[in-house]
Design a protein around this ligand. Structure first.
Ligand code: SF4
Length: 320
């Protein structure tokens, strides 16, 4: 029996995608493989944190920022072949250099956007904000990419795939982040004042959900998508999902869920040998014994017959 975890957005995503993957990573502690897309995402998240210094833009222009990030990619990631202590598995020798160009392009766009917002007097209040809290009998933790004025959460996404409206409407990640800010605001009036919800500091967290703005920032498309604000209905949908996952985790029911997502699975290398082990066990105990069934009296033995002429033409030998 495995313990119910302290839920983070990543754990929820992995467990709801495939419980076997969840087990391999969080119970068996199999090291996930870091491929280029993961390295790109980790790098870009850190790169955005470097746009500002002491409340001002750190670089003179989008070009100088993009060039600096391109150089940092080479020095801190490509040369050591690692990111945040994780070895990167490149597809081939060209991949890190193709990504260098991509990073420069993405960073230029990011800087242009943030510089424009800065001119309008808007900049992040805090980045990479760690949270940990208990609510409704569950423990939660995680990091929010950006908290911005007017109770706004901006999440950075480095994938090419942008989810549609329905996927975003109930994406548990945004529900969790909105809940985190709501809970913290209810317990910390100073924080509530900074993020712009101070006048409501006597309300309950679920009542605050609706005033929190949510933004999905697609880094590759340089597009900010407004996500539907959360309400208690979204929280209850999250609870329903977690209840189902927790039941399976407590029962030790970590079944694999095969699908197109397996292509991107970071622990597929550990999943396949496990399946082969499993198949061996099936054959050991369940293999049917063919051809030894006792015939009923008068019953003819079934035989496969090949048309002799055809077989001869094909140059095969046929036993009578
Ligand atoms: S390869 Fe597919 S089935 Fe196996 S752990 Fe990964 S996601 Fe699950």
């Amino acid at each position: 029996m495995a313990a119910v975890p302290k839920w983070s957005a990543t754990k929820i995503k992995i467990a709801s995608e495939c419980l076997q993957k969840y087990k391999l990573i969080y119970v068996d502690k199999i090291k996930p493989v870091t491929k280029a897309d993961i390295a790109l995402g980790l790098f870009l998240h850190r790169a955005i944190e470097k746009i500002f210094k002491d409340g001002k833009l750190r670089y003179k222009s989008a070009e100088s920022y993009a060039n600096a990030m391109g150089a940092q990619w080479v020095v801190t990631v490509v040369k050591p072949g690692m990111i945040q202590g994780r070895k990167i598995e490149w597809k081939d020798d060209k991949e890190p250099w193709i990504l260098k160009h991509k990073i420069k392009e993405i960073c230029k766009n990011i800087h242009e956007r943030y510089a424009r917002e800065y001119e309008e007097g808007i900049m992040p209040l805090a980045q990479e904000v760690h949270f940990e809290f208990e609510f409704g009998g569950r423990r939660f933790e995680g990091y929010i990419d950006e908290i911005r004025p007017q109770a706004t959460i901006r999440d950075h996404k480095s994938t090419e795939f942008v989810p549609n409206e329905i996927a975003l409407e109930y994406d548990p990640q945004f529900t969790l982040y909105a809940l985190a800010i709501a809970v913290i605001c209810c317990h910390n009036s100073e924080f509530a004042q900074v993020v712009g919800v101070s006048e409501r500091n006597n309300t309950k967290p679920l009542d605050l959900l609706e005033i929190i703005n949510l933004e999905y920032y697609s880094l590759q498309d340089n597009e900010v998508i407004n996500v539907a604000r959360r309400t208690p209905k979204h929280y209850h949908a999250l609870v329903d999902m977690l209840q189902g996952l927790e039941k399976n985790i407590i029962d030790g029911n970590f079944y694999p869920r095969y699908g197109s997502h397996c292509k991107y699975c970071q622990v597929a290398h550990a999943c396949l040998p496990r399946q082969q082990e499993y198949e061996k066990q099936i054959f050991l105990y369940d293999i049917p014994v063919l051809g030894t069934r006792n015939k009923e009296p008068g019953e003819k033995q079934l035989r496969l017959k090949f048309p002799r002429k055809k077989a001869k033409r094909a140059g095969e030998k046929v036993r009578a």
